[in-house]
Design a protein. Sequence first.
Length: 145
Amino acid sequence: MSESEQFCTLFIGEYRCAVSVLSVLEVLSCQRLTPIPLAPNTVAGLLNLRGQILTVLDLRASLLDPGYEVSESPMILVLERDGQPLAFLVDAIGDVIQPSSDELLPPPETIPPRLRRLTTAVIHQGDLITLVFDAERVAQAGCAA
């Protein structure tokens, strides 16, 4: 990670997370999703994005404990993987941040395993701790769901 790298922050439950802005294609307010019968709870539904049908995966269902409190206004984060868009449901989208190199730290062992497998670093800015997710790992986890 370079010092000039920017990150899009997002919220999954109580966790403040981030992905590189270079991997973000779009951020959308939650649209009407078409349910998929018999799909696992990690699949939120289908989204028609300007004529392209995307499966929207619910990162909250993948990463949080059962019984998590659902956001009333979730957002859809569209990431790019191998030139293809992948859509993820998250609780909220935050700001774009540009941490300095001394604010980027290795992930601590105390991060829950479901989150740790996606986390490459943490950003420590003042009182805020942000888990930096690798977009490729997020995409792989979503595709495996």
